[in-house]
Design a protein around this ligand. Structure first.
Ligand SMILES: [Zn+2]
Length: 132
């Protein structure tokens, strides 16, 4: 049984709230939601609201987009304060000036609405990180 459904996760993200799961066994956090803890595999989890703050660990610039998306855009991998790494897009960066200076920048999560395409069930939402 899923403690936190993807539907709940995305509904919260639409309000710029990042939900995850806190593990009773090891104290670790997991997000996006999964059936068990990312750290230890325990299913003893409770829903927790994460701070939404973190640090960019790596990024890439997508210049050839999948069908339905508009390039160019930046994909970042962020280490959240609570530990999990979360992928998303990044705002307020000039794509042509994106460089290694992005690494270690502090960010806060918001969200971006993604229009439906051939491979999704309609409109969706994805994490959008704002550089502080
Ligand atoms: Zn755990």
């Amino acid at each position: 049984m899923y403690k936190l459904t993807h539907k709940q996760y995305y509904e919260a993200l639409k309000k710029n709230k990042l939900l995850g799961l806190k593990c009773f066994t090891c104290g670790g956090y997991t997000t996006p939601p999964k059936l068990c803890c990312d750290n230890c595999g325990s299913t003893e989890l409770e829903i927790a609201e994460l701070s939404g703050r973190g640090e960019i660990k790596t990024y890439t610039v997508v210049r050839v987009a999948p069908e339905g998306l508009n390039a160019p855009y930046i994909v970042v991998l962020v280490e959240l304060e609570e530990g999990p790494w979360l992928m998303g897009n990044v705002d307020n960066v000039n794509i042509d000036e994106a460089c290694m200076e992005l690494i270690a920048k502090k960010v806060t999560v918001a969200h971006k609405t993604v229009t439906g395409m051939n491979y999704t069930a309609g409109e969706g939402v994805t994490p959008l990180f704002i550089i502080e």
